[in-house]
Design a protein around this ligand. Structure first.
Ligand code: PLP
Length: 389
């Protein structure tokens, strides 16, 4: 049965976790895995999450099945945060809970593939490495457009727009909503407007991947690009993750929305999402979404969550400023947002930093800014700057 399978290389980031764990050097620096870390290098459970878990423990009366759409209250309460008060609850928005942002992206891809056999999706170069397998797994044809040049630390906007001008009506365009992974680069206002105009004019369907809302510039600010694209285009999809902004990573908390041309079209698309979801995971895991719902239902927990989110974002921004000030080669860090930066290290430089200096980062030169601290940043800069291309 299994002789048709070929050996698979170990996942690069998981390998990095093991190497870092087994490194006995006291000053080692972990900039690899994409999770938030505090000044002590820890990723603690948010206080708002702990409080919600206490409430759930006391009040939850049943663990019986919910349904393929998961926790409907969770989905509804997220809508004003993502889409704004005006659009929240619109009959042109149909949302369902999913297992993380990954589940949302896969469900989006499956829905598109069912609706349009042979459908194509455009992704920027570089993008989150999981995008390609998620979309290919659903049978979508993947096309790429330039997005970011690590050497200049700039978005290649002209080249990106040129490529997308050649897209065909009905093509899907993947757009990172905020805090781009792996580059941290963000379109400015004019660029966002131009992209929205192009999508609308050429009948392209944005698939917005919003996995870091609130960790870039702020909850409202980080929703700006998504709202602009949704306003400009008749049809769109939005894949959301609560795993970073609520620190719920392993609980797998996400949601997918479709925006249809009409209320009827939206309803049909949502019904199809449920059929697809039933065939893959039947229904999403409940606990994490229930935590988010309990928080969003209570103003005092919302205030606590906001304060904790602000603290995370402020820490990342401080580190970005400090990195940018420390060396001209890192100046781009201050312009960019969120946890990641993509630095022009050669694979040899990445290995040298790990082996000689105990500094761990992804093989493509992506660093997790949150892995830096006020203490270790200087050591990082001293070791890393001479190795930049
Ligand atoms: N989209 C992007 C750009 C990501 O970086 C990630 C996670 O790293 C996800 C989606 C998926 O998040 P989740 O852990 O909720 O599946």
């Amino acid at each position: 049965m299994f002789s048709g399978l070929s050996p698979q290389p170990a996942d690069g980031l998981l390998r990095l976790i093991v190497l870092h764990r087994d490194d006995p050097r006291p000053g080692k620096i972990d900039l690899g895995v994409g999770i938030y870390r505090d000044d002590d290098g820890a990723t603690p459970v948010l206080k708002a999450v702990k409080a919600a878990e206490h409430i759930l423990l006391e009040t939850q009366e049943s663990k019986s099945y919910l349904g393929a759409d998961g926790d409907v209250g969770f989905v509804q309460l997220l809508e004003p945060i993502i889409f704004g008060a005006e659009m929240a609850g619109s009959s042109r928005l149909g949302g369902v809970q999913t297992p993380g942002g990954t589940g949302a992206l896969r469900l989006a891809a499956e829905l598109v593939a069912q609706s349009r056999p042979g459908a194509r999706i455009w992704t920027g170069t570089p993008t989150w490495p999981n995008h390609a397998p998620i979309f290919a797994g659903a049978g979508l044809e993947i096309l790429t457009h330039p997005f970011f040049d690590a050497e200049t630390q700039r978005i290649e906007f002209g080249a990106m727009m040129n490529a997308l001008e050649s897209a065909e009506p009905g093509d899907v365009v993947l757009v990172h909503g905020s805090s781009h992974n792996p580059t941290g680069a963000e379109l400015d206002e004019g660029q966002a407007e131009a992209l929205a105009e192009l999508c609308a004019r050429r009948g392209l369907v944005p698939l917005i991947d919003l996995a870091y809302q609130g960790l870039g510039r702020g909850l409202e600010e980080d929703a700006g690009l998504a709202r602009r694209l949704l306003a400009a285009c008749d049809e769109a999809l939005l894949a959301y993750s609560c795993d970073k902004n609520f620190g719920l990573y392993r609980e797998r908390v996400g949601a997918l929305w479709v925006q249809g041309q009409t209320a009827d079209a939206t309803q049909i698309a949502r019904d199809n999402m449920l059929v697809v979801a039933r065939g893959i995971w039947s229904m999403p895991p409940d606990h994490g979404a229930a935590i988010v719902r309990v928080i969003l239902e209570r103003p005092e927990l919302v205030a606590l969550w906001h304060a904790e989110l602000d603290e995370m974002r402020d820490r990342i921004s401080r580190l970005r400023e400090k990195l940018a000030e420390s060396h001209p080669l890192f100046a781009g860090a201050a312009r960019q947002t969120g946890m990641f930066a993509l630095l022009p290290f050669s694979p040899e430089a990445v290995t040298e930093l790990r082996e000689m200096h105990g500094i761990y980062m992804a093989g493509n030169g992506r660093i997790n800014i949150a892995g830096l601290t006020e203490e270790n940043i200087e050591r990082f800069v001293e070791a890393a700057a001479p190795l930049l291309r």
